[in-house]
Design a protein around this ligand. Sequence first.
Ligand code: FAD
Length: 465
Amino acid sequence: MAPPTPPRLPTLPLTTPTKKTSRNIAVIGAGAAGLVAARELRREGHKVVIFERDFMLGGTWVFDPRVERDQLGLDPSRSVVHSSLYYSLRTNLPREVMGFRDYPFVVVKGPGRDARRFPGHREVLRYLCGFAEEFRAVGLIRFRTEVVRVGLVEGGKWEVKSRRRDGGDEDVVVDVNEVYDGVVVCNGHYTEPRAAEFPGIDMWPGVQIHSHNYRIPEPFRDQVVVVIGSSASAIDISRDIAGVAKEVHVASRSITKETASEQLDNKNIWLHPMIERALDDGTVIFGNESSADVDAILHCTGYKYHFPFLETSNIVNVDDNCVGPLYQHIFPPLLAPWLSFVGLPWKVIPFPLFELQSKWVAGVLSGRIQLPSQEEMMAKVEEFYLKLEAAGVPKRYTHNMSDYQFDYNDWLAGECEFPASEEWRKQMYTATGKNRIARPETYRDEWEDQHLVLQAQEDFLHCSL
Ligand code: FAD
């Protein structure tokens, strides 16, 4: 295929470092990323509209009891439910670590509030609503308004086509086309399921569900269930289901074929290597040849990046779950800074990372922070891809930052002249990871890093908005 032709885009004026140029910016999504992006863009003096297809802000953190018709999420024409939260979900990070740098996730006392260190999902939504009110982001949001197309137009600007539904009985739909100087994509990446594949699955007669469509354990009462995966969701959901199911079998790539299947502490949970094959009589055979007669398979196997609205003539693509080419996981070099992505990295502490990405995007768009030339950015991206390839990292792990999120954050902070990550946050993140492995059942209620909690609380006292 011929390489994409670079579009003619406006060049950023040569400004003095303190002079800022205000732009008209469209932000897609009013989840944590879109809200903090909007705040930073406004702080920098830009005019901002946030498009949100839901009727409320919060994205992932808006629990939705509905599930999709196609519970594996393979049918592209299905009516999409955005959030993947299950009813019992508590955060897998402590609140001190999780919150934005200048709007800490502190305990708020009052009726119905959740003061736990690893609170339930409703408390996170309250926190995000508080954030949006504090920084007057709510008035910027166009609710029930889905962005259906983003494409380049004359003069290097972006045409944003949006579709507003009034949600009433008649469901009136209004389409609007508008032109913006720049677009910041914050549409989240935990909605488009990725299912596991293995021999025999097409003929296997049981029920299959992706964790995106898991809400409560009740449908699995007295059943034999296989949960595929080893992520935080797989661990939580297998425990949730074990409370009502007859047996839960967890199949995971992190367990080698040579390992014998193991029963967890007299519970009805077994750990196995990944599934080898499935048979048309309902049997599921694991990598070590142990087997079970199974009623349901739950795929906790992750998600795909998905930008159905984006038309960039192949300048930005998703290839094996790598969004690219992107400079620093944010700017496509040929379209920078007029198109950017906030929130792509995974295996990270999301909110503070989104905050730093947003500061950088806002500063670059105003001309206060300079980007390298297109050629230099492209060369850096190539260098990064080659480094991953040489290390044997699959393409789909391009945005996995488990090994270097703090280096990345500190690089962004340096670009924005913002303080580097706090030492306590780094240590607490590591301590939580270790505690989760040592106490998978109870890490949310038992910990040994109380001294770090005190340091964080001390820090929050000096935090100015
Ligand atoms: P989202 O929250 O998904 O928001 C995207 C928004 O964009 C949504 O409101 C959506 O409606 C909107 N949108 C999408 N497409 C369009 C469109 N075309 N037009 C208009 N609007 C659109 N993080 C933590 O920090 N701690 C945790 O404990 C934690 N647990 C998690 C558990 C689960 C099960 C999952 C799935 C995620 C968890 N996360 C956790 C990660 C979580 O996703 C992030 O914290 C964060 O909420 C992501 O924010 P976002 O804004 O990038 O995306």
